[in-house]
Design a protein around this ligand. Sequence first.
Ligand SMILES: Nc1nc2c(ncn2[C@@H]2O[C@H](COP(=O)(O)OP(=O)(O)OP(=O)(O)O)[C@@H](O)[C@H]2O)c(=O)[nH]1
Ligand SMILES: [Mg+2]
Length: 384
Amino acid sequence: MVPQKQEVRNINIAVIGQSGVGKSTLLNAIANYLKYETAKDAYEKDNLEYIIPCQFKVFYPDFSEKLISIGMPDENEKYEETVLSTTQECKEYSFEFNGYKINFIDTPGLSDTSGIEKDAKNLEKIRTFICTSLDSLHAICFVVKANEARMDLGFSNSMNDLLSIFPKSALTKVIFFMTHSRGTLYGPGDSMTPLKNVSEKLLKSKGVTFPLTSENVFCVDNESFLFLCAKNQGTEYSGASFEDFENSWKKSKLATQKFFNKITTLKPASVRNIKIMRDLENVLKEQKAILSSHATPERWFYHFLTAKTLDLVETGNVGQKYLNLINMDLIEKEAASKKDIDLKKIDIKQTIAGISEFSKTNKTEKMPETSKFVQNYFSDPNNI
Ligand SMILES: Nc1nc2c(ncn2[C@@H]2O[C@H](COP(=O)(O)OP(=O)(O)OP(=O)(O)O)[C@@H](O)[C@H]2O)c(=O)[nH]1
Ligand SMILES: [Mg+2]
C-alpha cells in the first residue's frame, strides 16, 4: 500500500562492495533510470542527473583516450593512482519513489590491492556511519561485477570483511546488484560461483546465509548512462550504436524498477545489533590488554564468555578469533567450579554475564569500554 502523502516513509540502504565495481556509478544511473523512460528521452532532454561527481575515460580504436568529468568536483570522489575517482567517505543520496524516501548510503569500497590497513579504515567508516547516522537499515546492497569467475580469495575476503560488521540476523537483508552485465545478457554469469562459495562457507560456519535467488539479485549495465554522459559532452563511442545502449538502458531500468518494488516491501532492521557488535569488539580488546599483564583463570573464563557472545551474534569471525586464543582446558576447569554453566549448552544470556563479571575481577585497571557497554546494554540483556 502506498502511504499517505504527509507520512513519507524512509528506506535506508547501505551500498557496499569492492572498490571499482560501480557503486557510485550505479547511484548516478539509478537517478536517471527513475527520471527518463529511454536513453533517447534522456539524450533529447539533455539534462542528466549527476548526483555523484565522477570521471571516466573513453578509449578509441587507435588507443587514444578522452577524460569525461561529470558533476561538480567533490573532495569525496578523489583521484587515485590507478582509478579515476574513488569514494572516500560514506555519503547519503536520497530518491523519492512512490511516496517513499529511499536513502542510499554510498560507501568507500574495499580493495585487496591498497592494503589491509586502508580496508580496515574504510570498514570502520561504514560501520561508524551506520551506527551514528541511521536508526534502521532495510537492505544491505552488495554491488558485484557480473561474470567475474576469477573473484577468488580477494573477493571472498572483501565480502567476508564487509559482512563482518553485520549481525547474522541482517543476512536476510542482503540484496545483490550486478553491474557490467551486458556481456552476460543481464544475468549474473560466472559471478554466481564465487558468491555461492561464500554463501556455502557462511552456512557451514554460522548456520545461516544470505539468499541468492532471482528475488534478490538485480543485473544492470550502466554503460548507457556513461555513454550519454560522454555524448552530451560531444564525445562519441566508436563501434557501438545508439540502439545497443538503448537496450542496455531498457534492461537496467527494468532491473532498477524491480529492485525498488522489492525494497519498498522490506521491513527495517534496527541498527542496535550492529552497535552492540562494535562495542563488544572494543570490550574484548580491553579485556585482552588486561589479560596480557594480569591473567587469572577466572578472567580468562569471563573473557571466553564475552568472545562467545560476539561469536553467537555475528556474521564474521571476530569472536571466533578471540576464542581461538583461549586455552579450553583452563576454561572447562573454571566452568566446572560454576555449577550453573554447561559449556555445551551455552547461550547468549549466559555469555553476556561475562562482560560485567570480568570487570568485577578487576579493581585496578580502567575499563572505559566495558563501563560504557554495561551502562548502554546491560540493563536490558534480553535485547542483545
Ligand atoms: N561498462 C560499465 N562500466 C561501469 C559500470 N559501472 C561502473 N563502471 C565504470 O567503472 C569504474 C568504477 O566505477 P565507480 O562507480 O567509481 O566504482 P565504485 O564502486 O564507486 O568505486 P569506489 O568508490 O572506489 O568504491 C568507472 O570508470 C565507471 O565508469 C557498468 O555497469 N558498465
Ligand atoms: Mg564510489
